[in-house]
Each structure stands twice: as C-alpha cells, then as structure tokens.
Design a protein around this ligand. Structure first.
Ligand code: AMP
Ligand code: TRP
Length: 340
C-alpha cells in the first residue's frame, strides 16, 4: 500500500470479449466491479486487443464486445459513475505496451503459466501477442495509473508482472513513484469458480462442454438443467468447510452457493450439513436462477439496443482517452522521446 500512497486511488479491470461469459466471470470479477464503483474512481474495459491473441471471427468479436458491455450494465455498473469502454478505442494501450515490452524481460514472460496453458504443446505456433499479453495488461492498468485491480485468482501472476514492470520502469528511468504498483483485489468468495464437470479445472469460456459452465445468457431452464447434471459425489454434505477436503465438486457447488448468497461456506453447511445433493442441487438451482435471471433478462434487452451500447462505449472511450493521453505524454518524456 505504501508505494502507492501518493497516487489517487483508481480501479481498473478488464474482461475479454471472447464469448460464453460465465458465472466465474461474474462472481470473480464483474460483481466486484459493481461494488467498487462506489468506493473509487473506476474503469471497466472490454479488452478486445487481448482477445485477438487467439483467433477471433471479426463478426463474432463485434457481437461479443457488445455482449460484455451489456453484461457490465446489466450487472449494475453505472456508466455515468464508472468509465466503460473498449480497449482498441484508446490507442495509448498499445503504445504503452510497446514501451513495456522493452522494460519486461524474456525470463519474466517465460514464467507465465497462462501462456503455457493457452499455447499448449505447440508453442512455436502460438501468436507472438499471446506471449507478450501480460505487457499489454500492465499497460491497460498503468495508462491510467490505476492502483487497484479486481480480478479472479487466475490473473494473480499477471498482476505481479504488472507490478514488476511498474517498479522496473520507475527504477530504470529514475522516475521514483511515477507509476503506482497496482494492488490486486482477489480475495473473497467466487475468486475461483470451478467447472461443473470437473471440480479440479476452472470454469472457462473455452471448455468444449457447455455443461461445464453457467453462462450469463442462460435462461432459468438451462441453469437448472446444468446444475442438475453437475458432477457431485454420493456423500452427504459435512457441517463444516473442513469436511469438504478431497471433495472438489462438492466444495465447488457449496462455494457457488456461498458466493451467490454472500454467506460463508460454514453458514451454508450449517444449513445443508447432513443433506445429500438430491436436496442441495435444487436449492442451488433456485438461488442461481433468482440471482442470475434478472441479469440475463436485462442483458438480452440491452443487446437489442446496440445504439445505446454504442453511446456508452463512445462516451467511455472519450473519457478514458483523455486520461491516458496525459499519462502517455509524461511517459514518453521520461523515456526520452522527442515531443511532436
Ligand atoms: P476473462 O474471461 O479471461 O477475460 O476473465 C475475466 C475476469 O473473470 C478475470 O478477472 C478473471 O480472473 C475472472 N475469471 C475468469 N474465470 C474465472 C473463474 N473460473 N472463477 C473466478 N474468476 C474467473
Ligand atoms: N487478462 C485478463 C483476463 O484474461 C483481462 C485483462 C486484460 C485485465 N487487461 C486487464 C484484467 C487489466 C485486469 C486489468 O481475464
């Protein structure tokens, strides 16, 4: 905290427009954005530049960008209060990312586990952008000197890299405290929602099985069906969290219930301990429908009004651009670029 004491608090986060926005994205990220917008100046980005690190069909990319904007609004982000915009509309992200690619070291990026996961066995065929992705993420945050970054657990390593880049830039250029070292906000229920088909794999947009995730566009029937089909085990639920050890599917379903109801795992188990999944799953389905159906209905309504979404994004891009422009001008001066 001390290293950012001199910086105005600002929240920045982003979601990729890659389709299949799911419960993990909602509980791990978007729901936290809604709360944070009341605590600090906040910016929520749709990171389309990140999305194209793997192939995106151009038509689908456009639609999915609108879908994330609709999800932000439907979940309760107020575009008057927070800045909602798409990354490619503010060119300073890519410009700062280049500078950061010259600050970050190959060794740092070589350690990124998400690259290893996403590139798979054949790293030679992965895009260069997939490898340098975390430098762009650091640029997203630092183009606004953001101090707080709410994300799910899977982004922890990328956030540490962003802090390393900020620190090395400040040190190399003798610009002490120019960039803040952004603080990850990861804790809390929902930071790591697992697949409904495998309690040891995270819920993900790219899982080939649609039954592995609840998406924000699922209707009540689909939500109930997916929970009914979710992998569980034959035991009854324990009455305390410690009893879930070695039962990843049970832990995940109880965790989802706790996150949705904003109760602790122990409180949920106090209520359901001793009961089997025959009783727990219908209760979870009812809760999930109660919490998610209003959001998906509002999302569908908003997606039918692209002109409104367009206005929100244009206004957001204008406000974001005004901030990034100032930070980039100072950064370029520090690096030693001649002004125009
Ligand atoms: P992405 O879909 O990769 O752009 O992720 C958007 C946000 O959702 C990031 O903050 C992620 O950390 C978060 N997130 C993604 N998957 C999960 C998950 N299974 N559980 C919790 N948070 C997640
Ligand atoms: N890498 C993040 C993800 O895949 C998305 C992202 C891009 C992001 N830029 C960011 C998140 C800046 C927080 C801050 O989920």
């Amino acid at each position: 905290m001390t290293e950012q004491a001199s910086h105005t608090p600002r929240v920045f986060s982003g979601v990729q427009p890659t389709g299949n926005l799911h419960l993990g994205n909602y509980l791990g990220a978007i729901r936290k954005f809604v709360t944070l917008q009341h605590e600090m100046a906040s910016m929520f980005c749709i990171v389309d530049l990140h999305a194209i690190t793997v192939w995106q069909d151009p038509k689908a990319l456009k639609a999915q960008t609108g879908e994330i904007a609709a999800a932000y609004l439907a979940a309760g982000i107020d575009p008057e209060r927070a800045i909602i915009f798409h990354q490619s509309a503010v060119p300073q992200h890519a410009e700062l990312a280049w500078i950061f690619q010259c600050v970050a070291r190959m060794g740092w990026l070589n350690r990124m586990t998400q690259f290893k996961d996403k590139a798979g066995k054949d790293k030679e065929r992965a895009s260069v952008g997939l490898f340098t992705y975390p430098t762009l993420m650091a640029a997203d945050i630092l183009a606004y000197k953001a101090t707080h970054v709410p994300v799910g657990e899977d982004q922890k390593q990328h956030l540490e890299l962003a802090r390393d880049i900020a620190g090395k830039f400040n040190l190399d250029f003798g610009a002490e405290d120019f960039f803040p070292l952004p603080e990850p906000l990861i804790r809390g229920a929902g930071a790591r929602v697992m697949s409904l088909r495998d309690g040891t794999a995270k819920m993900s947009k790219s899982d080939p099985s649609d039954n592995s995730r609840i998406t924000l566009t699922d209707d009540a029937d689909a939500i109930a069906k997916k929970i009914k089909k979710a992998k569980s085990d034959p035991e009854v639920l324990p009455s305390e969290e410690a009893g879930l050890e070695g039962r990843p599917e049970a832990a995940n379903l109880v965790g989802i219930y706790a996150a949705l109801s904003q109760k602790s795992m122990d409180d949920v188990l106090f209520e359901f301990g001793g009961q089997g999944f025959g009783a727990f799953k219908p209760a979870l389905a009812e809760l999930a429908v109660e919490k998610l159906a209003p959001i998906s209905a509002e999302m569908r309504r908003l997606m039918d009004d692209p002109a409104h979404i367009d206005r929100v994004l244009k206004d957001g891009a204008r406000r974001a651009g005004a901030i990034a422009e100032g930070v980039l001008a100072d950064t370029k001066k520090i690096v030693g670029f001649l002004g125009r």
